[in-house]
Design a protein around this ligand. Structure first.
Ligand SMILES: *[C@@H]1O[C@H](CO)[C@@H](O)[C@H](O)[C@H]1NC(C)=O
Ligand SMILES: *[C@@H]1O[C@H](CO)[C@@H](O)[C@H](O)[C@H]1NC(C)=O
Ligand SMILES: *[C@@H]1O[C@H](CO)[C@@H](O)[C@H](O)[C@H]1NC(C)=O
Ligand SMILES: *[C@@H]1O[C@H](CO)[C@@H](O)[C@H](O)[C@H]1NC(C)=O
Ligand SMILES: *[C@@H]1O[C@H](CO)[C@@H](O)[C@H](O)[C@H]1NC(C)=O
Ligand SMILES: *[C@@H]1O[C@H](CO)[C@@H](O)[C@H](O)[C@H]1NC(C)=O
Ligand SMILES: *[C@@H]1O[C@H](CO)[C@@H](O)[C@H](O)[C@H]1NC(C)=O
Length: 468
């Protein structure tokens, strides 16, 4: 990076910023990895480009300098500049007196920052959460936070469980676990809120839920393996018994639907139509990178904002292979989830087709490439078990006997890099605490166990001091 100004942008999160000195301004426009710098006369600046989270949708953009109607403007098309390893390339262009930026392509779509993410269980939701936490953290957006870890789950959501709801405030973002109830969510969110959620193949969900909630769900407690459970599930499963929402049709349950009543085909279609109307997009954990690309277009965010490292995953040792026979039984056992997945898998790929499969694939490759670069820059190796994460603040919450993985940061990062990198690997509980501290500074002290969390700002441990 070439200047302190660009450091602030960190190659990703900023869009357009303006630094003025006397009669000159520097306008920095960052689109993904592409950074353009314009020098302009102060009084000629259009205010359009500056202030607030107004990302352009695409990594490519054209800017016309000058008077378009006279056809004298020069066009800079950043697409043509890409592929030159130009992560930090700075292009400077003088805007002559009397001219101004008259047009920006593509049509500016306004980055959404009123968003509700329904975080479902065992569906890579923690990784999505990190995307939203990072984004909201950067733009100082307000989060509807639960008083505790979750919004009263497994009860249906109530607006009164949102911290600060009594002030009548509407929140920008909402993303913690809940059992969805739209009418209550609407009470605390802006009217133009964008809703999305994520689903996963029901067999994978069931297998993950079994290992994670082995001691939480009463249906799982007395059974040694998923295979034995599936041989006679009704022997162990009693509807409504403690934790049994995790044992059958978990995604259906999380969406706030009734798990005890088998809907007719007509009722099922009605349910799907209603969900289609609520959720702007339904992602698939099984196609996570594709999901991130489609999401970032739906939200009008830069690609770098959806670069992630997988969070809260199980160790390989915690994953038992699923027999073909058990897989078939699981599909029947979770038939409501299966219907749900079938419907949204179809609509996901329709969405992808409208977007363009080749275009999607190209952007997925780009996303993976950026992830690799970031990993090489930030991480020491791949995901590891919590107990061998040196910096305790990065150790994820563990439940039961499953090993939940996290990351070690590369030693020797500069302070800025440490701050930037740590946001990608900060486990969700710690990140929630961090947001909490920012949002409720006076109440935070009493509530947060500082030994396990990170206040604001994230600091690199003192160099030379032994790590825990
Ligand atoms: C652009 O040129 C047209 C035609 O010469 C003129 O009417 C208009 O005022 C100019 N606009 C600016 C912003 O200079
Ligand atoms: C910018 O360049 C790309 C690739 O060369 C091209 O596809 C696109 O149409 C150009 N955009 C404009 C507005 O000229
Ligand atoms: C962040 O937002 C809060 C309100 O949500 C506000 O009080 C605070 O001043 C903001 N901080 C910055 C740095 O913009
Ligand atoms: C588990 O088995 C024990 C002993 O057989 C029994 O007492 C208990 O009720 C069972 N628990 C559940 C949740 O079925
Ligand atoms: C876990 O399994 C995956 C896929 O088989 C493999 O790529 C990965 O390296 C394994 N991770 C560890 C830590 O062994
Ligand atoms: C999901 O949809 C794709 C594309 O239509 C299809 O190839 C795939 O088999 C579907 N998956 C399931 C589990 O239905
Ligand atoms: C935090 O750590 C300090 C020193 O290790 C310890 O004395 C204290 O009890 C801890 N606080 C909590 C709340 O765990």
């Amino acid at each position: 990076m070439n200047s302190c100004v660009l450091l602030k942008c960190a190659g990703q999160l900023c869009t357009a910023m303006r630094i003025c000195r006397r009669h000159h301004c520097l306008i920095i426009v960052a689109f993904g990895a592409t950074i353009l710098t314009f020098i302009a006369l102060y009084h000629d600046l259009t205010s359009e480009l500056v202030g607030g989270p107004q990302h352009m949708a695409a990594d490519s953009v054209s800017v016309i300098l000058g008077n378009e109607s006279q056809g004298k403007g020069s066009t800079i098309n950043t697409t043509s500049l890409r592929g030159h390893g130009m992560n930090h390339l700075v292009l400077q262009s003088k805007i002559p007196a009397g001219q101004k930026i008259t047009k920006v392509w593509p049509e500016k779509c306004k980055a959404r920052h009123h968003i509700m993410f329904l975080k479902t269980h065992k569906t890579a939701g923690s990784t999505v959460l990190n995307v939203l936490y990072r984004y909201g953290d950067h733009w100082n957006l307000s989060f509807a936070l639960p008083v505790h870890y979750q919004f009263g789950y497994p009860s249906l959501f109530r607006a009164t469980w949102v911290k600060g709801h009594d002030t009548g405030q509407r929140f920008d973002l909402m993303c913690n676990h809940m059992r969805f109830r739209l009418s209550e969510v609407k009470k605390v969110m802006h009217p133009d809120t964008f809703f999305f959620t994520i689903l996963r193949h029901p067999v994978e969900v069931a297998a993950s839920a079994f290992s994670y909630y082995k001691s939480t769900a009463s249906a799982f407690r007395n059974v040694s393996s998923l295979d034995s459970f599936m041989q006679n599930p009704l022997h162990f499963f009693h509807p409504g018994a403690q934790g049994n929402n995790y044992a059958r049709n978990l995604m259906w349950f999380d969406l706030g639907l009734d798990p005890h009543k088998k809907p007719t085909q007509t009722e099922l279609q009605k349910i799907f139509t209603s969900l289609d109307n609520i959720f702007g997009i339904v992602l698939l954990a099984d196609y996570f990178d594709e999901s991130m690309v489609l999401l970032r277009h739906a939200l009008c965010w830069p690609l770098d904002d959806v670069v992630t490292f997988k969070l809260n995953s199980r160790s390989n040792a915690s994953m038992a292979a699923i027999s073909q026979e058990t897989a078939v039984r699981l599909r029947q056992w979770n038939s409501l989830d299966w219907a749900l997945y079938f419907h949204f898998n179809t609509s996901f790929w329709h969405h992808a087709a409208r977007f363009g499969l080749a275009r999607l694939d190209a952007e997925v490759q780009e996303l993976r490439a950026r992830k690799k670069v970031l990993a090489a820059h930030c991480l020491q190796g791949s995901a590891v078990e919590g107990r061998i994460i040196n910096d305790k603040r990065f150790r994820p919450f563990q439940l039961g006997s499953v090993q939940i993985l996290g990351y070690n940061l590369k030693p020797g990062l500069s302070r800025e890099e440490f701050t930037r990198c740590s946001r990608f690997i900060l486990p969700e509980l710690q990140y929630k605490d961090r947001i909490y501290v920012r949002q409720f500074p006076s109440k935070a002290q009493a509530r947060i166990n500082w030994n396990h969390t990170i206040g604001s700002p994230l600091r690199r441990p003192p160099v030379g001091k032994a790590k825990a």
